[in-house]
Structures are given as structure tokens and as C-alpha cells.
Design a protein around this ligand. Structure first.
Ligand code: NAG
Ligand code: NAG
Ligand code: NAG
Ligand code: NAG
Ligand code: NAG
Ligand code: NAG
Ligand code: NAG
Ligand code: NAG
Length: 334
């Protein structure tokens, strides 16, 4: 073999290997994403709708034609085409996973590869049966990407990992309605959540067991918080003023807790308040604040005050803002 032929041979080898290498990086990345999703699917099954506990809720939302979501999750198809998976069109990264009402049943492994999707922004597992699964600490692998996390009504139990308060990009967090208060959020983690997650707009924790005595100087950093649901979370202690100074608040739910003390007058100055539920707490609403709420809250639509102490005799004529649609005064001490 002459030298030039040998050189050509090596040159072409070089080109083949370098081309192979560059294809491989991209290809390897897609394989990793697909493997991560398939591995996550491995121990999960689809439930027959008759046995699916959220069947009627999901039918109400999606009509009777909703399907087991993972049916087309197989290697023959690009994972970006799978139901519930959203990819960034320019990079091919998986950025969204929405399995809500997906008729999925099974346990999420503590080392689940679901968190090996480094660009994942939105994860919604709501309305599935991950009974007795725990939210894995590995969730913090997504701290630089995750903006929306929703595990409402999934049967999660155990401790919410401390790392939840490291997800500093979270705009929306929904941990509500998991197994009748068997999902626990330690008080200091809850307080860190409120203090650290500064871009949060929606926080829904109904039925999460927090069982905290709230400090009077509770620090809520997110000034953009619009939706705050802390119903039935075992909160105790005096109502912290800071909750009532969040100027963006539209919905505030504090129902069925053991909160005490007076509702701060700031409540009637919340400019965007649409719905307020303070029912079934040991709290006191001063008559002038009650009247101010009724007259001055421009957008207030629903006001739930069941079992709240108001302590006035209702006048025969009550001036009420025209926006009000629902006023619950059941068992109030009027
Ligand atoms: C599936 O479950 C088995 C035991 O039930 C466990 O050993 C395995 O690691 C699980 N795999 C995944 C991907 O969760
Ligand atoms: C998860 O992975 C870590 C490190 O790879 C390992 O030490 C641990 O035992 C794993 N946990 C389970 C439940 O498999
Ligand atoms: C969580 O997902 C469920 C089902 O898609 C939805 O109804 C709920 O509004 C979501 N929560 C938030 C805070 O967006
Ligand atoms: C809720 O949390 C408190 C304090 O951590 C604990 O004593 C109680 O047993 C928990 N309740 C449930 C239903 O797990
Ligand atoms: C509240 O939390 C923010 C963000 O962590 C911090 O900058 C601020 O100093 C805290 N304020 C109080 C009164 O602790
Ligand atoms: C409503 O707001 C106005 C202006 O802030 C105030 O003067 C008035 O007293 C308030 N009404 C009630 C019933 O508190
Ligand atoms: C009811 O409240 C509105 C708005 O504050 C006010 O303009 C009106 O005069 C009040 N009517 C009565 C009868 O007090
Ligand atoms: C970096 C690079 O060359 N990527 C290529 C990998 O292979 C795919 C096709 O499989 C090409 O579209 C990429 O341009």
C-alpha cells in the first residue's frame, strides 16, 4: 500500500469517527431521555377505567374519551411524540410531562429516572394512583429548570423532601389532596418554601399535613402570589399579618385549621381579592373589617365565613359590593 493511500485511509477513518462522534452526542442524548422515560414507566401500569378512582373527575374534565396516557410510550416512536410529553422544538429536550388523568397506577421508585430530564420545566402527575409513593429527594436535580410541579390527588404519602424549597424557579406548586393528610410537610420546610420561592404564583397545599404553629413574623417572599390554599393543613397559632399583605392575592383559602386571633384589617385592602375562605377556624373578624370587606372589595365574589366569630347583630340593610356572589355565614356568631 502506498503512503498516499494509507494517508487517505487514515483520513477517512478520522472523518468517519469524527462524524460518528458528533451524531452520537445528539443521538446519545435522545437515547438517554427515552431511557429515562421508559425506566420511569417500567413499574407503572394502566388502570381499567372502571377501577380508576378518579374516573368521574377525569370524565367531567376530559369527556368520556380520555385514555391511558402511556399507551404509545414505546421505542418505535420518537419520545417527543408520546402522549403527555412536550419537547422544545429547537433542541429536542423534554421540557414538559403532563400525565394528569393518565390512568396510571404504580409506585414511583426513590431513584426514579424521571428526574434525569435536565431541562424539565413542567411536571404534572395529578389524578393518578401512585399509592404510597414518596416524592423522591432527587427532585432537586430539577432545581434549575422546574417551574411547575403538580402532584395533586396522586396518593403520595410520607415526608415532602426538604429539597422542595430549593426549587427556586417554581411558579406553581400543587401538593394537595394526597391520601387524607398522610403527606407531611415539616413546619420548617413549609416556612422555607414561603421564604425562598420568590417567583411563586400558585401554592396549593390542601390536606397536606403541616401541623405548624405559624410564627407571627412569617416571611412570605413571593409578592406575586395569587393563589394560596392552606385549607386543612393543621395550621395553628395567630393569623400572621404577612398573609394579608400580599397585594397580588386573588384566592386565599385557610378553611378548617386551628388558627386564632383577629383577622388583620389589611384583608379589606387587598385590591385583587376574588375568593376568601376563613371558615372553621377559631378566629375573630371585627365588625368594621367585615363591613369594609363587603363594601370595599371591588372583585370579591366568594366569601366563606362559616363558624367565624364576627360578633355583630346583622343590620336589616347590608350594603354589599355588587361583585359578591356567595356569602357563607353559617354558624357564625352574629
Ligand atoms: C421496580 O420494582 C422492583 C421491585 O418491585 C424494583 O426492584 C425495581 O428497582 C423497580 N424499578 C423501577 C424502575 O422503579
Ligand atoms: C438509590 O441510589 C443510591 C445511589 O445510587 C443508592 O445508594 C440507594 O440505595 C438507592 N436507593 C434505592 C431505594 O434503591
Ligand atoms: C394541578 O393539576 C390539576 C389537573 O390537571 C388541575 O386541576 C389543577 O388546577 C392543577 N393545579 C395547579 C395549581 O395548577
Ligand atoms: C401530622 O403531623 C403531625 C406532626 O408531625 C403528626 O403528629 C400527625 O400524626 C400527622 N398526622 C397524620 C395523619 O399523619
Ligand atoms: C425574608 O426572606 C427574604 C428572602 O429570603 C430575605 O431577603 C428577607 O431578609 C427576609 N425578611 C425577614 C424579615 O426575615
Ligand atoms: C371603604 O374604604 C374607604 C376608603 O379607603 C374608607 O373611607 C371606608 O371607611 C371604607 N368602608 C368601610 C365600611 O370600612
Ligand atoms: C353603599 O356603598 C356604595 C359604595 O361604597 C355607596 O356609594 C352607597 O352610597 C352605599 N349605600 C348605602 C345605602 O349606604
Ligand atoms: C452536531 C451534529 O452534527 N448533529 C447531527 C446528529 O445527527 C442528526 C441526524 O441524526 C443531525 O440532524 C444533527 O445535525
Amino acid at each position: 500500500m502506498s503512503n498516499s493511500i494509507l494517508l487517505l485511509f487514515f483520513l477517512s477513518l478520522f472523518f468517519i469517527s469524527s462524524t460518528t462522534y458528533s451524531i452520537n452526542t445528539t443521538h446519545k442524548f435522545f437515547v438517554q431521555q427515552t431511557q429515562a422515560l421508559l425506566h420511569f414507566k417500567q413499574n407503572l401500569t394502566s388502570i381499567n377505567d372502571a377501577l380508576f378512582e378518579y374516573d368521574s373527575t377525569c370524565k367531567n374534565w376530559l369527556g368520556s374519551g380520555y385514555n391511558p396516557i402511556m399507551m404509545n410510550w414505546n421505542t418505535g416512536i420518537d419520545c417527543c411524540e408520546w402522549s403527555g410529553v412536550t419537547c422544545d422544538p429547537s433542541t429536542g429536550d423534554v421540557i414538559g410531562l403532563d400525565l394528569s388523568c393518565g390512568m396510571v397506577k404504580g409506585t414511583i421508585h426513590p431513584n426514579s429516572t424521571i428526574f434525569h430530564l435536565p431541562r424539565l420545566q413542567r411536571l404534572n402527575l395529578a389524578y393518578n394512583s401512585f399509592t404510597h409513593s414518596q416524592l423522591p429527594p432527587a427532585i432537586d436535580m430539577l432545581s434549575n429548570s422546574l417551574t411547575h410541579l403538580n402532584i395533586s390527588s396522586c396518593g403520595f404519602t410520607g415526608q415532602v423532601p426538604t429539597y422542595i424549597s430549593h426549587l427556586h424557579k417554581l411558579v406553581s406548586l400543587d401538593l394537595s389532596w394526597n391520601g387524607n393528610g398522610k403527606l407531611n410537610l415539616e413546619p420548617h420546610v413549609f416556612i422555607n418554601l414561603l421564604q425562598n420561592l420568590i417567583v411563586m404564583k400558585e401554592l396549593s397545599l390542601s390536606e397536606v399535613n403541616i401541623s405548624a404553629v405559624l410564627p407571627s413574623n412569617l416571611n412570605i417572599s413571593s409578592s406575586s402570589l395569587k393563589f394560596l390554599n392552606l385549607g386543612s393543613t393543621g395550621l395553628q397559632g395567630n393569623m400572621p399579618r404577612s398573609i394579608f399583605t400580599l397585594q397580588s392575592l386573588e384566592t386565599l383559602d385557610l378553611w378548617v385549621n386551628s388558627l386564632t386571633g383577629h383577622i388583620p384589617s389589611e384583608v379589606s385592602l387587598l385590591p385583587n381579592l376574588v375568593s376568601l375562605d376563613l371558615s372553621r377556624n377559631g378566629i375573630y373578624l371585627e365588625p368594621h373589617i367585615f363591613r369594609s370587606l363587603l363594601i370595599n372589595s371591588t372583585f370579591l365574589r366568594d366569601l366563606w365565613l362559616g363558624e367565624v366569630n364576627i360578633g355583630i347583630v346583622l343590620p336589616t340593610y347590608l350594603n354589599i359590593s355588587s361583585s359578591l356572589r356567595l356569602l357563607d355565614l353559617s354558624s357564625t356568631s352574629l
